[in-house]
Write a new protein. Structure first.
Length: 398
């Protein structure tokens, strides 16, 4: 039986496999042999990388995890969300197949329990990467399960055992903030820590917060057939993104049946019979401009986007004024997550936007949009004087 403290359900073969890897029930914490070079608190993404990096260089390392190794990303974040998103994509593709001349025939039915079981199967399949066995045997790290607490300048205690260390890394992650809304605790709510335990589809879902995690979960549930409403205090959905990118994604959310309530805060939750009734308050907003040069290309101008019927969206690259130094970029497109790496690689490598003009992008691919933004930048270099000189030069060399 899965330990109830792990907050993982249902108690099925997939979750049992997951736990066997990332919090093995039979695990016995080692007995410390002298002082550690490094003690890492928390075995999420950050803790695993820190521990493996130090151990790889020969340090004697202890890694302490109170719940599940892999942390949020493996257990209640990146992995389960992307697995469920894949099912939502499949449902959406079927529902919209007729725009490609394909008739799916009959009703599109989502088997929510099967969607969640597929997610659990995938999560368990990936879990050996973050497992206690792998980190103990491959990296020689001492793995301790239990809640760690500092008991001295160079000592930490876990499950009654004291560990001494030269250095410690605190990688204990973050938790969803529960807003102090009257009635919310009594009514009950989901966070990323229990939403992936669901086996029955919620009929209606209110999502408090329209940031990236709220947005992706909302669209996923909407595409799977849940009636979703996002409540966002700011006057913009995805408030850290460009306003026009956010507008496109909001419209896409709404097409999928999701409602977005902006400049709205959750004031109170009342119970009326078995129903949770949300009392909302709407206010006025104001989310600011920065002085940069921005190069924008519509996906509708990219051949691959046209052939794939994915013309909604754009690329915007923001450069330091008067230069091609990339400060940031926004991509709204299908598979934007894959495309953005080209920009981040350039930023890390100090490559200017203009250089993309010389990069061969296979035709037809969506990433051609980046080359077109580079062309747009390079055209700005063509001042009237340069254009005159070039015209003369071409006439001489004809
Ligand atoms: C729904 C969702 C989707 C996401 N999707 C993506 C994505 O697609 N791509 C992406 O890059 N990021 C994504 N993220 C973000 C990603 O999950 C986090 O950035 C990442 O997990 C942070 O890693 P971390 O190691 O800092 O913390 P965590 O993963 O939170 O790990 C911290 C660990 O410390 C342990 N711990 C805490 N206190 C103690 C203690 N006292 N003693 C011992 N152990 C302790 C916890 O149990 C936990 O395992 C997503 C997040 C969510 C919620």
């Amino acid at each position: 039986m899965i330990d109830p403290q792990l907050n993982l359900s249902p108690d099925d073969e997939h979750n049992t496999e997951l736990v066997a890897n990332v919090h093995p029930p039979e695990w016995r914490n080692p007995t410390p042999q002298g002082r550690y070079n490094l003690v890492v608190l928390g075995a999420g993404t950050a803790g695993l990388v820190a521990a493996a990096g130090a151990a790889g260089m020969g340090a004697k390392v202890a890694l302490i995890e109170r719940q599940l190794m892999g942390g949020d990303c493996l257990n209640v974040g990146c992995v389960p969300s992307k697995a469920v998103i894949r099912s939502a994509h499949a449902a959406h593709d079927l529902l919209t197949a007729d725009r490609f001349g394909v008739r799916a025939g009959g009703e599109v039915e989502v088997d929510f329990a099967a969607v969640m079981e597929r997610m659990r199967h995938i999560r368990a399949g990936i879990s050996p990467n973050d497992s206690a066995k792998r980190f103990a045997e491959t990296y020689g790290i001492d793995i301790y399960f239990g809640a760690a607490r500092f008991v001295g300048r160079d000592t930490v205690e876990v499950d009654g055992t004291t560990l001494r260390f030269a250095k410690a890394v605190i990688a204990t992650g973050a938790r969803a903030t529960v807003p102090p809304v009257p009635g919310l605790a009594e009514a009950g709510f989901l966070t990323n820590h229990n939403v992936f335990n669901l086996t029955e589809q919620p009929r209606r879902l209110a999502v408090v917060g329209g940031g990236p995690i709220g947005a992706e979960l909302s669209q996923t549930f909407a595409r799977l057939g849940t009636e979703v409403t996002i409540i966002e205090r700011a006057d913009q959905f995805l408030q850290r993104e460009d306003r026009d990118a956010a507008e496109i994604l909001k419209a896409s959310m709404e097409r999928d049946g999701g409602g977005v309530r902006l400049s709205t805060s959750l004031e109170r939750v009342d119970m009326v019979g078995d129903d949770k009734v949300l009392v909302l308050k709407t206010a006025d907003g104001e989310e600011k401009g920065l002085s940069v040069d921005t190069y924008e290309v519509e996906m509708a101008d990219v051949d691959r986007a046209i052939t794939d019927g994915d013309t909604e969206g754009f690329l915007k690259v923001h450069c330091k004024k008067g230069t091609d130094t990339i400060l940031g970029a926004t991509i709204v497109a299908r598979r934007a997550g894959e495309m953005i790496s080209e920009i981040t690689t350039a930023m890390v490598g100090g490559m200017g936007l203009g250089s993309f003009s010389g990069v061969i992008h296979p035709y037809p691919t969506q990433t051609e949009v980046i080359r077109r933004a580079a062309d747009a930048y390079n055209r700005t270099k063509l001042t009237p004087t340069t254009a005159k000189i070039l015209k003369k030069w071409f006439s001489w060399t004809r």
